[in-house]
Design a protein around this ligand. Structure first.
Ligand SMILES: [Zn+2]
Length: 318
């Protein structure tokens, strides 16, 4: 399927969620905090930091679960049914489960086109890894619009935080100044940590990085790391023995390779490749909350950068 057809298909899928009811109007007309559903735990951190006591945040995909494959449970559509706003990642990351949940929720406040629908990918200045040729999700490619995993890059999260501050202010004008101030304060906290995290991973810039999935490309882009490829054949498609052999040979020829994976990946394959490649291995929490002590986004990035630094300091295994 060509890309324009894909976009049309997605538009149709989203249109199916349209609910022809009364215009939702600003959510702030009601009393109490703004009820915000978020798809990812990282976006939940942004929503809580920006919203403070003016919002009540519900995370749909727990931090330890691969967000490509969340089961669309009825309990999640009930949560969406109560929401005044929905923050989602976009770039089709949630395409397998969010449209059916929205359809079941039948909530006019969070339907495509409603003010409460906040696509956080709108904050991006550029999307990485956009396919140059035809792509087909039917063949298993799960990044047809490019790489959706921008929330693990704190620079991109600063832009998301600023976007959330503006959008919350539009939904809830009486608290707009508070949202703006909290967004600025959280963005400043993130900006302050950027040089610390970059410095911590300095040794990794002298090595090469082999990813399991394209989950870490935005992070590697920010840190200036040399990504030599992925163990997956294509995003979401398991590696063939031939592709694994190619990656092992490439890694051995380059030397100094660190394999990077998320804790929800198929780690038996990842460990086997790292072992055969003589590479060191970093298994990282995929999102905030994926491990104890990473519930907060800043703590999550602390763990990620520490673990990368440890892997950079570890010799590869021959
Ligand atoms: Zn992915």
């Amino acid at each position: 399927m060509k890309i324009p057809n894909r976009i049309a298909a997605v538009a149709l899928a989203l249109a199916a969620c349209l609910v022809p009811l009364v215009s939702p109007g600003p959510a702030a007309a009601k009393d109490g905090p703004l009820r915000v559903a978020v798809t990812l735990s990282d976006l939940g951190c942004a929503a809580r930091a920006v919203g403070g006591s003016d919002v009540e945040v519900t995370v749909l995909c727990p931090g330890g679960m691969d967000p490509h494959y969340l089961p669309a449970k009825p309990s999640l559509s009930r949560k969406l049914g109560q929401a005044d706003a929905l923050l989602f990642n976009g770039l089709e990351l949630e395409i397998g489960w969010l449209p059916p949940l929205l359809e079941k929720a039948r909530n006019p406040r969070v339907r495509p086109g409603a003010p409460g629908m906040i696509d956080c990918s709108a904050a991006l200045d550029a999307v990485l890894d956009v396919p140059s040729g035809a792509v087909d999700r039917g063949l298993g490619d799960i990044h047809p619009q490019g790489n959706p995993h921008y929330t693990v890059d704190p620079r991109r999260m600063i832009a998301v935080v600023e976007l959330v501050g503006r959008r919350f202010g539009e939904l809830d004008p009486p608290h707009a100044a508070a949202y703006r101030d909290r967004a600025e304060a959280y963005a400043a906290q993130l900006r302050e940590r950027l040089p610390v995290w970059r410095e911590r991973t300095a040794a990794l810039r002298a090595r090469h990085v082999l990813l399991n999935h394209q989950h870490w490309n935005y992070l590697c882009d920010w840190l200036g790391l040399d990504v030599i490829g992925e163990i997956e054949h294509r995003p979401g498609i398991a590696a063939s023995p031939r592709h694994v052999q190619d990656m092992v040979e490439k890694s051995r020829a380059l030397g100094d390779v660190v394999v990077v994976a998320a804790s929800w990946d198929h780690l038996d394959v990842v460990r086997e490749v790292a072992g055969r490649a003589g590479a060191s291995l970093a298994v990282l929490p995929g999102h905030s909350g994926a491990e104890p002590g990473t519930d907060d986004y800043l703590a999550f990035l602390d763990v990620v950068t520490r673990r990368l630094a440890e892997a950079a300091a570890a010799p590869g295994k021959e």
